[in-house]
Design a protein around this ligand. Structure first.
Ligand code: UD2
Length: 318
């Protein structure tokens, strides 16, 4: 649905960004800005129409040079410090990367990008915090950001949407729930739980001694969405007219417990993964699930059930 366009993807070497880039690069000109602090060049299927600028999005000079020299049709701003734990350790640096870059970008768009069709900002379900009412709805649920990461995501979101109402800059924001799939880095204890789990299964099947640490009893639930569905949602939001100035949950609307995921993976891989139970991780929320009614009105339906998504993940990454 996006063809023959000039597209900028910040964080385009990361997990979600590279999946988006690799889908769009077949029929579009893509510029990626990524400092490769978390993303990897190997995630990108390079071709003649894909350019990687290795740079820090929190530096005005880096953004300004790109914005002065090119006119974009679409901008996907996915670059961020993605770890909540890192944001708690380094709130000032997180604010530079996760908030200042967004604010600066909006000003640069206002100044230079007169032909822009849409800027999409990647926010997070973290903005809802620990208020227990479910499912989370974009415009009516309580917003309770509890960490520097969540506060920066929410304040960036507000600026992004206000630039549409105040200055007519075409923007939308999306709140990702728990995204999983190939190229998600499993190496931090705070990496997405599915990447850690799959890595444990891999090691176990290679006869390495391994156990998976389950924080709590596995009854905690999340709304797990396969990365290809996330890319579809990003594209649907970016080309819709009614999504201007709006924020959308990006999830499946289905709640799954960790216990259930482990059962499904055990049976798909025919492995009984050794589990070591630990106490509930501090700051963990018990349950999470999105309402995707708003996104469905734009024509989005998740293509992958959890089982299908896990199967595809295993096919590609096991
Ligand atoms: C997600 C986001 C986080 C923030 C938060 C807001 C990811 C990777 N993290 O955290 O950035 O937006 O939502 O609510 O998308 N677990 C284990 N063992 C492990 C790792 C995790 O049992 O080795 C548990 C963990 O305690 C939690 C669940 O798995 O109960 C999911 O953990 P997660 O870090 O993948 O995602 P979440 O929802 O806590």
């Amino acid at each position: 649905m996006i063809n023959n366009c000039n597209v900028l993807v910040t964080g385009g070497a990361g997990f979600i960004g590279s999946t988006l880039v690799n889908q769009l690069s077949a029929t579009n000109q893509i510029t990626i800005i990524d400092d490769l602090s978390m993303g990897k060049k190997e995630n990108i299927d390079f071709s003649d129409n894909t350019e990687l600028i290795v740079g820090d999005i929190s530096k005005q000079s880096v953004l300004e040079e790109v914005f002065m020299n090119q006119q974009f049709d679409y901008i996907f701003h996915l670059g961020a410090i993605a770890s909540v734990a890192d944001s708690v350790k380094n709130p000032v640096r997180t604010h530079e990367v996760n908030f200042d870059s967004t604010f600066m970008m909006l000003e640069l768009i206002k100044k230079y990008q007169k032909k822009l069709k849409r800027m999409i900002f990647a926010s997070s379900a973290a903005v809802y915090g620990d208020e227990p009412t479910l499912p989370k709805e974009e415009d009516t649920s309580c917003i309770r950001p509890l960490t520097p990461y969540a506060i920066d995501k929410f304040s960036s979101e507000r600026f992004v949407l206000d630039y549409y109402s105040l200055y007519d800059v075409p923007t939308s924001a999306v709140r990702f729930f728990n995204v999983y799939g190939p190229n998600q880095n499993p190496n931090s204890p705070y990496s997405g739980v599915l990447s850690i789990l799959l890595n444990s299964y891999k090691k176990f099947s290679n006869d390495q001694s391994v156990h998976f640490t389950l924080f709590g009893d596995g009854s905690q639930t999340r709304d797990f969405i396969y990365v290809e569905d996330v890319v579809s949602a990003l594209i649907i939001v970016s080309v819709s007219e009614e999504s201007k100035g709006q924020v959308y949950n990006v999830g499946t609307g289905k709640e799954t417990s960790l216990k259930m995921i482990i059962n499904v993976l055990d049976s798909l891989l025919d492995i009984s993964l050794p589990i070591q139970q630990d106490t509930v991780r501090s700051g963990d929320i018990e349950k999470s699930v999105s309402s995707i009614e708003k996104l469905k009105k734009l024509g989005f339906f998740p293509k992958y059930s959890l089982k299908d998504g896990l199967k595809k993940y295993i096919e590609k990454d096991f």
